[in-house]
Design a protein around this ligand. Sequence first.
Ligand code: GLN
Length: 452
Amino acid sequence: AAHLEAIAALNPRLNVFVTVTAERAMEAARASDARRANGIAGRLEGVPLAIKDLFCTEGVRTTAASRILGEFVPPYESTVTANLLRDGAVFLGKANLDEFAMGSSNATSAFGEVENPWKRGNDDGTRLVPGGSSGGSAAAVAARLAMGATATDTGGSIRQPAAFCGIAGMKPTYGRCSRFGVVAFASSLDTPGPVARTVEDCALLLESMAGHDPRDATSAKVAVPDFAAACARGVKGLRIGVPREYRLEGMPDEIEALWSQGLDWLRAEGAEIVDISLPHTKYALPTYYIVAPAEASSNLARYDGVRFGQRVDGADLKDLYERTRAAGFGAEVKRRIMIGTYVLSAGYYDAYYVRAQRVRALIKRDFDEAFRDVDAIVTPATPSAAFAAGEKQDDPVAMYLNDVFTVTANLAGIPGLAVPAGFDRQGLPLGLQVLGRDFDEETVFAVGTAIE
Ligand code: GLN
């Protein structure tokens, strides 16, 4: 009830929720109370969560923040949200995001921008972006409108908004959480995961969300460890890699200072800091912005006005497709579809798509080699703190540069955690990123806890 009150008070300004399911939430909370009274409490019993509106929720409108899905109400539940419900969680509503999770500022949502609850110290009224695409999820947690939230990370969409909103966000290993029932953006990169106030809360949520699912062919058959226990392991004796390629030209000195501070903390706790090289890092961003749009253009072909959501009638079927897609998709989604279609077209497939896949393998190999020597890698999560609403809006390339530290983990499939680690001069939160080996989220959580 307290969370719903806070939502009623703050959502009109922050625009965090696209849909608030107040009645359902109170009903679920009462059922949860009854279970507790009978001595049967799930591990997330009664915990109020926000659900990124990219997860299908049975009987509750799911929009992907796009007009093209219209009033689509899924007849089924995504595996990740079903797992959370099984463990007693209570859903407050569906959180805003960039349209089809394409963006880094939540500005591409058909439901309007989300406002970051943080303000600059010299509050001059500037509205800041919460990051994206999981901007609603991160802002909901930061503004205390939910205790945690589901999110997805295709190129940084869990870690970057977590860093911009001063909370923790975990992108697990690809295959750790089922993609079944999550609206697809780029299938070989899409990774569901949690955002929450602390690293330990992320660990608790991930334990519930993760697990093999026969309905997702890429879901991994691996046991789900006790992630929360791993948080308390400490970092004594661990070797932590610092990749020299992440020391970007012109990076703000505040970010440099934060990075050194984080490494000092780890050293003080008994970790050994090691310089490493990930030589193909500079190709990660261009590789991502070929692979992700290519897969998106294919995945989004299904929105044709026949099977789902919005339809704009036309003279014939082709005309109906064109009118529906022209009216239903926003500008950024159209840009991605055009880039994707181009790099997959017969004349350019080898020059762009095939080459990008080869470079992707080299990026993965860089990490494999590094992890022979180190147990985890620590980098900044983002190249800046949250920026002002409207900034970078007319410059897609400047917007894409935001993802420079995060896309590598998606291309390689490895886990990455954003940890709140400090503040910039204006009092805005800054985050560090911890990367780990495939399916070694435990070490990532241990390192993250030591930084936090
Ligand atoms: N900002 C990146 C993009 O726009 C990542 C998005 C994501 O992780 N879903 O593609």
